[in-house]
Design a protein around this ligand. Structure first.
Ligand code: SF4
Length: 528
């Protein structure tokens, strides 16, 4: 499947003889800044670090700005950023705070600028106070009553030029990316901004290198989507269990540990009334508690029962299968070598099934140091979210040391882990860079990063588009994109939209297999 997402706003064709170049050199691929006032243009120029960057002063107000943009013959710049001061519209904004336009409106027409979150995050990483938000272009300096009215409409800042600049034919009809960075000056904008404008000008200057970094990341690119990616059947089931518990029993519903390892999922359920706790002693007597998809040790179940808590178990059936194998091997007198990562909740739950008989092995070195009561009675099990090749190294070392070792009845590394690792490998071999949507504590997501790196392609784990460092993209024309089994599909869409703010994006999906696994819900949350 291939789909092209055009950049919604673009710029630039021909050459740029009248941009404000310090040395009069012809325009080169790089950053072009439109700044309305001389003082703003000067602040931006002083912040530049790259010879190819240019500032064009456009003049104050919509009429001058439009004429300046129309008269320009824009050069071969990678991207255009409108930079200048603005009136902050909400009480929490301070002089020097930066607003990156996610949408610019003149009251009649609105222009969406995808990727504003990405640029705002980069400015924050540079130590600046920045956020993405809507900017309103107005005809006159805004008065206090108008500020409140525009704020109520969801605008963060007001200026007098941006909508006119972006609507100019030379800008609107081009093919390259546009961004807007406006800095709040305490006394509004225009000549009067100077009184509160020192902080604003300092921020403009400091924002200039970030704008250059943004321009360096601008290019047409291909996104290779790994398939399958994102939610697995166990994660979908666990989330649905919490949603149904909230619906059937009302908030609050307590959840022991994160229901799945994803900050977005947890934040969303928290907003809807779920309360995440680390241990059962944080749950009030008689309350409903959900056990997470990673499973719990029997001691936790006993504790919940002793406390009279109403338990709904969202343990993934594939994790329950590993627990059952641990109990069976221990019952039969085997020492169970559990291949997994220390401290992971799933590992703690499995270790708790037969603590006297189970030993955790993380590496081949652990295997070398392992001593068991009876080398003829050893079995192994695995955490469900391990890297396939890493786990094979450890199980190989075990088999060499204990040739009679028993294996689990079927693979413990689950279908979702296996499929996502194969899929990311397929895109990694073609990509310059791989982005993996997932949280840092998500084992299967971390394994996807490692899998890509082992295939020779740099990879980064990101919770969302705001975590993308623009420097990763400067040499990346082909970006592989996947998501861990606990990461919502919406994050993938959000990342593609953000990338489309840096130039046209062609999305192609590489499907290595399709999945149809589904798990039933526990009876406590089934609808009659
Ligand atoms: S990753 Fe595998 S074991 Fe974990 S919840 Fe998903 S299906 Fe279950």
């Amino acid at each position: 499947m291939t789909e092209t997402i055009p950049q919604p706003r673009s710029v630039l064709d021909g050459t740029r003889p009248d941009a404000d170049s310090p040395d009069g050199a012809p325009a080169d691929a790089g950053l072009l800044v439109f700044a309305p006032l001389r003082i703003e243009a000067s602040a931006v120029r002083r912040g530049f670090t790259r010879p190819a960057s240019r500032v064009q002063r456009t003049g104050m107000g919509a009429t001058r700005a439009r004429k300046s943009a129309e008269d320009s013959h824009l050069g071969s710049f990678s991207g255009l950023v409108v930079m200048g001061t603005a009136a902050g519209l909400t009480a929490d904004l301070r002089p020097g705070d930066l607003i990156v336009g996610s949408e610019v409106s003149d009251g009649e027409t609105s222009i969406a600028l995808p990727g504003a979150d990405l640029l705002a995050a980069e400015l924050r990483r540079a130590g600046l106070n920045a956020r993405a938000g809507k900017i309103r272009t107005v005809g006159k300096l805004v008065r206090p009553a108008q500020r409140a009215e525009l704020a109520a409409q969801g605008f963060l800042a007001a200026d007098m030029e941006t909508a006119a600049l972006l609507a100019a034919p030379s800008v609107a009809a081009g093919g390259r990316p546009v961004a807007v960075i406006r800095v709040v000056s305490d006394s509004g904008f225009g000549p009067g901004m100077v009184s509160g404008g020192l902080a604003a000008l300092r921020s403009l200057r400091a924002a200039a290198p970030v704008a250059e970094k943004w321009a360096a990341a601008c290019r047409e690119r291909t996104v290779l989507l790994a398939g399958p990616r994102s939610f697995c059947a166990g994660v979908e089931r666990a989330i649905e269990i919490v949603e149904r518990a909230l619906e059937l029993r009302g908030a609050p519903v307590y959840v022991r540990k994160q229901i799945v390892h994803n900050t977005r999922v947890v934040a969303d359920l928290e907003e809807r009334g779920a309360v995440f706790v680390d241990e059962l002693d944080e749950v009030p007597d008689g309350a409903t508690v959900v056990f997470s998809a990673h499973g719990v040790a029997p001691a936790v179940r006993t504790d919940a029962s002793d406390r009279g808590l109403s338990v709904i178990d969202a343990t993934c059936p594939l994790v329950s299968k590993v627990h059952a194998e641990a109990r069976r091997f221990a019952r039969e007198g085997y020492t169970v070598a559990l291949i997994g990562h220390a401290g992971h909740e799933e590992v703690e739950g499995t270790l708790g099934e037969a603590p006297e008989s189970t030993v955790l092995v993380q590496t081949a070195q652990d295997v070398a140091e392992l001593s068991v009561p009876d080398p003829a009675k050893v079995a192994y099990l695995m955490q469900t979210t391990l890297a396939i090749d890493e786990a094979a190294d450890v199980s190989g070392a075990l088999r060499e040391k204990f040739p009679l070792m028993r294996a689990p009845g079927s693979d413990d590394i689950c279908y979702a882990t296996t499929n996502r690792q194969a899929a990311v490998r397929a895109v990694a071999t073609e990509a310059d860079l791989v982005l993996v949507a997932g949280s840092k504590n998500s084992s299967n997501s971390v394994r996807l990063v490692e899998r890509s790196e082992r295939a020779g392609t740099p990879a980064h784990l990101i919770d969302g588009a705001a975590d993308i460092d623009l420097s990763w993209l400067s040499d990346a024309s082909v970006v592989g994109l996947t998501a861990g089994a606990s990461a919502p599909p919406a994050v993938v869409s959000e990342i593609i939209t953000a990338l489309s703010g840096l130039g046209p994006v062609t999305v192609t999906e590489r499907v290595t297999t399709t999945e149809s696994v589904q798990f039933g819900l526990p009876r406590e949350v089934r609808r009659s």
